[in-house]
Write a protein that binds this ligand. Structure first.
Ligand SMILES: C[S@@+](CC[C@H](N)C(=O)[O-])C[C@H]1O[C@@H](n2cnc3c(N)ncnc32)[C@H](O)[C@@H]1O
Length: 283
């Protein structure tokens, strides 16, 4: 067993804050309330990185209209940020303020809200998440164009799901690796391999990306870890200690976590090896 494999995702799950009660509801309000309480910020930090990745992909592949797969799409938070010029704080306020435009529970109103803010980013987004109600919300309000709700840790894609994923350009993900492992990413990649999509993933410390990177290497993708970004605050002293111990155990530098009281995530970008351009800068 290598050092980085010595603590399993299950071990981390025992100490990590449990958000699962809000993952699969008809409406996103309790998800956003629970995440705002811990200053969950990673989708906001990911937004410019994803935009830079999309821009780079367009330049390298000479393509304008892109098909994105958001692994662990939940209620469509990444989609909302990528399709509009909103920040995560704007979204939190829209849902949480008493008179916020998304405080109510009328699909048509939510759909109109996002449609009026669409900035025409020339993207189509497929959301993957076994939390079916959350994914259905994202589709109902137009944040994602299609959804895949099979739990790909446990079961294979259905044929319609394979068709929904085919031809993808880029897989993105925030806050999901750990729940989703190389089992899920392999099933998705296999269904999209003909178009050789890039994979752009934020992975919360101390989860490991090694298994996914190794799997992607079998499709000739090379993975680089290019930056770290804030994910959220620790929920308690016990969580902080448990995750810092797990980081130590895995040989992950925890200076940022100890200094700030925030958990960080590492950004991994996988591209075909001849597309790993030197000087490629990401924010
Ligand atoms: C912390 S949330 C992140 C959601 C969203 N990406 C964000 O950053 O706001 C984790 C998400 O992973 C999803 N998830 C859990 N198991 C999964 C799996 N096997 N495959 C894909 N997503 C999964 C949960 O349903 C939940 O929506």
């Amino acid at each position: 067993m290598t050092r980085s494999d010595s603590t399993s995702s299950d071990d981390i799950g025992v100490v990590k804050h449990d958000f699962s009660a809000c993952y699969n509801q008809d409406w996103p309000h309790s998800y956003l309330k629970a995440h705002l309480a811990l200053d969950y910020i990673i989708p906001d930090r990911a937004k410019p990185v994803f935009h830079a990745t999309l821009d780079r992909y367009r330049a390298v592949r000479r393509k304008d209209h892109l098909k994105i797969i958001d692994v662990g799409c939940s209620y469509g938070i990444n989609a909302a940020l990528l399709r509009t010029d909103m920040t995560l704080d704007d979204l939190y306020a829209a849902y949480a303020a008493i008179d916020g435009p998304l405080a109510g529970r009328r699909s048509a109103q939510h759909r109109a809200f996002f449609a009026s803010r669409e900035i025409g980013a020339d993207i189509r987004i497929v959301g993957v998440d076994p939390s079916e109600r959350a994914a259905r919300y994202a589709r109902a309000v137009g944040l994602v164009d299609a959804i895949v709700t099979t739990d790909l840790e446990a079961s294979d894609l259905t044929d319609p799901e394979k068709r929904a994923l085919a031809g993808a350009d880029i897989l993105i993900s925030t806050g999901c690796v750990g729940y989703a492992t190389e089992r899920t990413f392999k099933r998705i990649y296999e269904a999209t391999a003909n178009s050789h999509p890039w994979v752009a993933t934020f992975v919360m410390h101390p989860y490991s990306y090694d298994g996914i990177a190794r799997m992607l290497a079998t499709y000739n993708l090379q993975t680089r870890e290019t930056l770290v970004a804030r994910q959220r605050r620790f929920s308690s002293d016990a969580e902080q200690q448990g995750l810092l111990d797990a980081m130590l155990d895995r040989g992950i530098d925890s200076r940022l976590e100890r200094t700030t009281g925030y958990i960080y995530a590492s950004f991994h970008l996988s591209t075909l090896s001849n597309e790993l351009l030197s000087g490629m800068l990401l924010p």
